[in-house]
Design a protein around this ligand. Structure first.
Ligand SMILES: [Zn+2]
Length: 501
């Protein structure tokens, strides 16, 4: 029987307590999964890196407790040892390992200290987890060969120099796992890009081939060319949606389940990414449960949405996707959620989405949000509709304020902005409740507070500069930007691009 598992993305700011992990474990077993993968990065309390333990980090004790309570469920650690080490790199202690300054997410494989750090993380992981499989990560190392030392190594190597530094980095870590009688695993994407690196893999190593669009029919046989076992990885399409695209997720899981059977692959792993920016994990648990039977019988199992209220899910998935534009199905991270919450400037939503959200699309979106909110029976199903409605209402307020400001009606502009305070307060309540309920992101709470603070700042600026006290009226986009500087009429912080980093 191929391995059936899913991964919990602990790394995106999740605060997984004992109680939460018990819930995930129990629901995984109920659904019929063999294993629960914990995608950790820096969100695990590795004994060797006390400097990286952020508030709410998952602990080895919690993992041991869950193993004791649920002995029939495998708990597989997913660490990451080259790309996606950003949670280490952006700390004072970890910054020495970075490949570039204030850019990207990859460490430098030529840095001796980083190589030793990886060895210690592997050792900590081998001690904290008892599963045979230890996933070492290795995906999205798009900064290979960037620093001067690595660039020199890449250019002086015969053949594919990037394949060589990648393989040289991972080979000892793979063997560290093999030497203890355990099995290492790696993601497949960099091997597909640099196939020469496959040659360092011992037969025991498994490759996790993530293909969230299409199939693994071409990629899996390439990855298996030296006899390594391959696990197909599907995903729930959340990172690229306002909430989740259930139709695209069902299609992805079903296609890969068919490939697993026809290619006789070692297993199927459902990944779930980025349950942040107001996308609570408990709102996707019904889909995680619905995926397990599809993995087993792709041609006969019910749709992934089976565990949801029909009316709610058809609005928040199909309904939202059919709004089109930036709501449509895409490979891109959700532009709405990112612009609203990630960059400490919600006015980015106005700049990029005003036309979309003020027109008929916005009206439809608000209608969908209000209907879904009315039919949401559990708190986790209220978050996405509240977010959708907030997006539209934010743009309505921001556009009204912009027009009044342009017309010199300062106090009317302020009056249009004031209700934004309550809008971000209500989003902060949702973020706080999500954190309490399922260990959701603490950063989300801060993101909502920061957005509200920024609105406050913009209100002050409108009052102060809307009456032409500067002798000119700053453009609305400039006035609402965090970098706005009074009297810098030419906006040299925009014009002078080279110094911005
Ligand atoms: Zn380097």
């Amino acid at each position: 029987m191929p391995l059936r598992m899913w991964t919990l993305d602990v790394a995106r700011e999740q605060c997984v307590t004992r109680e939460h992990l018990f819930r995930y474990a129990s629901e995984s077993l109920d659904a019929g999964y063999d294993a629960l993968g914990l995608y950790l990065e820096h969100r695990f309390a590795y004994p060797s890196t006390p400097w990286s333990h952020g508030v709410g980090v998952l602990t080895p004790e919690t993992v041991r407790d869950v193993r004791r309570e649920f002995p029939s469920l495998r708990i597989i650690p997913f660490i990451n040892l080259l790309g996606h080490v950003e949670g280490f790199l952006y700390t004072e202690e970890g910054k020495a390992f970075r490949e570039e300054t204030m850019r990207g997410l990859q460490a430098c494989p030529s840095h001796r200290g980083f190589v030793e750090f990886c060895g210690r993380i592997v050792q900590d992981t081998l001690e904290a987890f008892d599963d045979e499989l230890v996933h070492l990560g290795g995906d999205e190392t798009n900064q290979l060969g960037v620093c001067a030392t690595c660039a020199q190594r890449v250019s002086s190597a015969p053949g594919d120099g990037k394949a060589q530094i990648y393989a040289t980095h991972f080979a000892p870590l793979i063997h560290q796992v093999v030497d203890t009688g355990r099995r290492p695993a790696l993601w497949g994407d960099m091997f597909l890009e640099h196939p020469d690196a496959l040659n360092v893999l011992p037969r025991e190593a498994m490759i996790f081939d993530w293909q969230y669009f299409g199939s693994v029919k071409e990629s899996a046989p390439m990855l298996a060319r030296n006899g390594n076992e391959v696990v197909a990885c599907s995903t729930l399409h959340m990172y690229n949606s306002l909430w989740m695209n259930v139709e695209a997720s069902d299609e992805n899981i079903r296609n890969l389940a068919q490939d697993v059977a026809s290619l006789e692959l070692a297993g199927h792993c459902l990944t779930t990414w980025e349950s942040t920016m107001l996308c609570p994990y408990d709102s996707i648990l019904p889909a995680i449960k619905g995926a397990a039977p599809i993995m087993e019988s792709p041609s006969t199992s019910p749709h992934l949405s089976v565990g949801y209220d029909d009316e709610w899910v058809s609005r928040m998935s199909k309904g939202v996707t059919e709004l089109g534009g930036d709501f449509a199905h895409s490979k891109h991270r959700s532009k709405h959620r990112s612009r609203f919450l990630l960059y400490a400037n919600p006015f980015l939503v106005q700049r990029h989405h005003a036309a979309e959200l003020l027109g008929p699309t916005g009206a439809k979106a608000k209608h969908l949000a209000e209907e879904s909110l009315a039919m949401a029976t559990e708190p986790e199903f209220k978050v996405a509709p509240i977010l959708l409605r907030a997006l539209v209402e934010f743009v309505e307020m921001a556009e009204a304020a912009r027009h009044q400001y342009a017309a010199g009606e300062t106090e009317r502009a302020v009056a249009a902005l004031v209700p934004m305070r309550y809008l971000f307060e209500s989003l902060e309540v949702q973020a706080s409740r999500t954190h309490e309920r399922i260990g959701g992101s603490l950063a989300d709470i801060e993101r909502c507070r920061r957005a509200k603070d920024h609105v406050e700042t913009v209100i002050q600026r409108v009052r102060k500069y809307g009456d032409l006290s500067l002798g000119y009226r700053p453009a609305w986009e400039v006035l609402t930007h965090p970098n706005f500087m009074p009297h810098d009429q030419g906006c040299w912080w925009i014009v002078n691009q080279w110094g911005r980093d």
